[in-house]
Design a protein around this ligand. Structure first.
Ligand code: SF4
Length: 438
């Protein structure tokens, strides 16, 4: 989300005639878009702010984002900080800079985010990355999981106007993007603050109305948001990819309860089973937190077994990290770092094994891939790296002009993190033909 919003902020500067410089070089204005998701996020944000001040003490230093929103006084107190803006009113950034240049007085533009009920538009018509475009569809979250500070940094759920979503999706496709990733703080919660419209309807409308779109990905969706209506839209669409990221966080009901997650493992498993009836080869990735306060070895093993049984195709494993200001940080029985690390390693090993098993189902098959970049590990090899719709990472021989195009690739050797492939052909469609000839 921060990456997306940094691009949006850059658009504001670009329109005002600014030039973008590398962060480490000398500039007139530095914008630091901060993170606060963990205590380390705060610390790193402070370090980066200080680095910018050192780089050019005369520059305008503007701090924005989640850390700025939750701790404006702390940020203002850092010597050299001139402007603080939270997670709203980013559109005022240039105005504040002008005001600062004239008055040389620090500006605190942070307002109470909990009172904000309307989605704030921030356009991103193009990305530095050529292949995949993110599209923000909502902001905020109403869940207040006990480990998470995000609702305090982002406020409550606000959905973007569907017409704006469609308009921007079309703009991105017209700019050449084949794949759009719907993003948000609580993406699948889209529409929960609306009457007569929901996430399934948004998916259907994008699918039907955005001309030329090839792939639609949902960055993350909660098990409770995978309604039968959503499954039905997935079934009818040939653009929504065969990959869902469904955060699990824990596979133990007692831990889920302490986390204040709003589902049980039984419910999660039932939704997954329903999805797999319709899409037998669906890739399901997930996030897991290990070492949540009070997590016993038995509870950890419940998570381990659940993950094995549910055959996730890849896991993002995080050791629980205390976030000041959240209920979980004050819970008794905090787990030892050593135990956390050991559990993280066990789950990563399981994730690797499951990922390989999942990938091996596709050996010998021809899949559609969008090449993203030259293989960084071996740039002279002529191999490019890209993702299939079901999120397999494939290395295969390609050429620079294929980057961002949809191509057919045969998976010759399944593996993890990379699969090896053989280029088959570029997929040209009617739209491409028209664009090329006009
Ligand atoms: S659902 Fe929970 S973890 Fe996700 S943003 Fe909301 S409070 Fe945080």
């Amino acid at each position: 989300m921060n990456h997306y919003e940094t691009e949006a902020i850059w658009q504001l500067f670009k329109q005002a005639g600014y030039e973008r410089k590398d962060f480490e070089s000398h500039a007139d204005v530095y914008v630091i878009n901060t993170c606060t998701v963990t205590n380390t996020g705060d610390k790193k944000s402070r370090q980066v702010i200080r680095r910018a001040v050192r780089r050019n003490p005369d520059a305008v230093i503007c701090v924005t984002g989640c850390y700025a929103q939750t701790s404006p006084a702390e940020v203002m107190a850092i010597p050299g900080v001139d402007i603080v803006i939270g997670t709203q009113d980013r559109g005022k950034i240039l105005e504040y800079i002008e005001q600062f240049k004239q008055q040389r007085q620090p500006i605190n533009g942070v307002r109470n985010i909990m009172k904000t009920r309307v989605y704030e538009e921030l356009d991103v018509p193009a990305f530095t990355d050529r292949t995949r475009a993110s599209l923000k569809i909502q902001e905020g979250c109403n869940n207040f999981c006990t480990f998470c500070i995000i609702p305090w940094a982002r406020g409550l759920m606000r959905s973007r106007d569907p017409k704006e979503v469609i308009r921007q999706a079309q703009q991105l496709v017209d700019a050449g993007y084949k794949e759009i990733v719907l993003t948000g703080i609580h993406t699948g919660g889209y529409g929960e603050d609306m009457k007569n419209y929901n996430f399934a309807m948004l998916l259907r409308d994008i699918d039907e109305q955005v001309k030329g779109l090839k792939r639609l990905r949902i960055s993350s969706i909660e098990a409770s948001q995978i309604t039968d209506e959503v499954i039905d839209v997935l079934k009818r669409s040939d653009k929504i990819v065969r990959h869902l990221h469904i955060p699990l966080q824990s596979g133990s009901n007692t831990v889920l309860k302490r986390m204040r997650r709003k589902y049980t493992t039984e419910f999660f498993a039932e939704r997954l089973a329903r999805l797999r009836e319709v899409f037998p080869d669906l890739a399901v990735t997930s996030d897991v937190i290990v070492g949540f306060p009070g997590e016993t070895e038995e509870e950890f093993m419940e998570t381990y077994e659940f993950i094995r049984a549910q055959r996730f195709s890849e896991l993002h494993v995080f050791p629980y990290s205390k976030r000041t200001g959240t209920p979980a940080a004050r819970m008794p029985d905090q787990v030892d770092e050593e135990i956390k690390n050991e559990r993280v390693h066990r789950l990563i090993a399981l994730s690797d094994q499951l990922a390989k098993e999942y990938a091996s189902m596709f050996e010998g098959q021809v899949l559609e891939v969008i090449p993203e970049e030259l293989d960084k590990e071996n740039p002279t090899s002529g191999l490019y790296v890209g993702y299939t719709d079901n999120y397999l990472k494939v290395k295969f021989p390609a050429t620079e002009d294929m980057v961002g195009q949809l191509v057919k690739v045969k998976i010759t050797k399944a593996g993890y993190p990379y699969n090896e492939g053989e280029f088959v052909r570029v997929i040209h469609d009617v739209d491409d033909t028209i664009r090329l000839s006009s």
